[in-house]
Each structure stands twice: as structure tokens, then as C-alpha cells.
Design a protein around this ligand. Structure first.
Ligand code: CA
Length: 242
């Protein structure tokens, strides 16, 4: 299995390479974002090489940072990407998940943790490939709610007939609330469902994403679907008739 590691600090890069090779992975190193993109793009067109299965991407890179590299990778491919960050960088975390990261790991980390995350991301991505629309078997792929329609298969959300442009995380958050209509979800419930239980997401990130959703839905369409339940969490409610 091929891993692309993007890391500008030679000590960390060689430590990761050594450990991952010891686990049986084939490792390619890139020291800058540009180099990573060049290597990755080339791999997509090279039939002689086994394709990369996962990218381990440092955020703080010279010139082109990790988030920008991730955005460009996402234009080409849905390959699993694990971002490597310094502990507690909430801003980067939100940006990274928005840009399409599959997981995060904070430096410094134990190699066992890195290996566990790599395995978990690969497992999830294999599941998605075998059952594309099976994230929530109890719900059908189209959920309607008042003026809102969410299509889980096509990742589209409409209010009336207008398409609402959401990021992947915003979409998953909205879907999570819609799948639990009438329930109040705690921030932890939301994190577990939207990001997965094995993620380091702090509860503030949930508030940040709720704010994004309200900006794109409630404010634009003059509704108030997403309701804060003080001390408990969030729920989605149909507005009472005015
Ligand atoms: Ca770095």
C-alpha cells in the first residue's frame, strides 16, 4: 500500500517513513506542497505505479500550505487525506475539514496513534466505496423538511427549488439534524455522527458549523430551522406559523 507523506521537517519525515515502512507500507516523501502536487498528479497518470492509497499531509508547509494542497488534491481525487497539525489549532481544523480532510492528527503523536488513524481512514474509505449511499441505512436518500429537500445520494440541498451550496461538513451536519428531527442533539452526539467518534474535534467547531449553516440557510431564506437548546445542544424545528 502506497502512502504519500508531505512533511517539510526532515526529522519528522524520516521518522514517519521509517515507522510506516516497518509496518509494510510503501512510502513516498514530498518536502513541499508543490512537490507533493507534482508527485500526486503524476501518479494519477502513471499506470506503471501502484496508486497512492492515502496522503499524510502536514499543514504548516513553506509556500503552499497543507490546506491549499488539500483543496487542489480534492479537485482531482477523493483519496483519503490525514492532516498533521499542531495541537489545538481549531482554525486549521475547521478549515481542513471544510477543504475535505478525512482525519486529523496532532503533533507530537505516538506512532501507534498514527497507524490507528491510517487504518481507520482506509477502512472508512473502503466502506464508502462498497456502499456509496449506505451511511444511514434507516433513512432513505431523500429527506424533506418544510421547504427543504436534502438528497443524500447526490449531496444536494434545495430550499424550494433553489440549490443551496454547502461544504461537505455543513451537508453532513444538516443531514445529521434532519435524521434526528424532534430530538435534541448534544454537541458530542453531533461530533460522533458528523466527524466520527475517533476524531479530535472540540465542541466549538460544532457551533462554528451551525453558524455557517444558519448563514447559508436561515438567513438567506428567512427561516429559523436550526434551534439552540440552551445547555443541551441543537435541534431542527419547523417554524410555527407566523
Ligand atoms: Ca511543517
Amino acid at each position: 500500500m502506497n502512502i504519500l507523506i508531505v512533511e517539510d521537517e526532515p526529522n519528522i519525515a524520516s521518522f514517519e517513513k521509517l515507522e510506516l515502512e516497518h509496518e509494510g507500507y510503501t512510502v513516498t516523501l514530498a518536502q513541499t506542497g508543490r512537490e507533493a502536487l507534482t508527485i500526486f498528479e503524476k501518479s494519477l497518470n502513471d499506470n506503471t505505479q501502484e496508486p497512492f492509497s492515502i496522503v499524510l499531509l502536514d499543514i504548516m508547509l513553506p509556500e503552499l500550505n497543507g490546506i491549499e494542497v488539500l483543496r487542489r488534491i480534492r479537485k482531482l481525487s477523493q483519496i483519503p487525506v490525514v492532516l498533521v497539525t499542531a495541537r489545538g489549532e481549531t482554525f486549521d481544523k475547521v478549515n481542513g475539514l471544510d477543504a475535505g480532510a478525512d482525519d486529523y492528527i496532532a503533533k507530537p503523536f505516538a506512532i501507534e496513534e498514527l497507524l490507528a488513524r491510517i487504518r481507520s481512514v482506509l477502512r472508512r474509505s473502503a466502506q464508502q466505496e462498497t456502499s456509496p449511499a449506505a451511511s444511514s441505512p434507516a433513512s432513505s436518500s431523500v429527506i424533506t423538511f418544510d421547504r427543504l429537500t436534502l438528497n443524500a445520494a447526490s449531496y444536494e440541498v434545495f430550499i424550494d427549488q433553489t440549490l443551496v451550496s454547502l461544504t461537505k461538513t455543513e451537508f453532513l451536519l444538516l443531514k445529521c439534524l434532519l435524521c434526528h428531527q424532534g430530538e435534541v442533539l448534544s454537541r458530542t452526539d453531533i461530533i460522533n455522527e458528523v466527524w466520527g467518534e475517533d476524531h479530535y474535534i472540540d465542541e466549538n467547531s460544532v457551533d462554528v458549523y451551525v453558524r455557517y449553516l444558519r448563514t447559508k440557510i436561515d438567513e438567506v431564506f428567512n427561516v429559523s430551522y436550526i434551534t439552540t437548546v440552551r445547555g443541551a445542544g441543537y435541534t431542527i424545528r419547523k417554524p410555527s406559523n407566523v
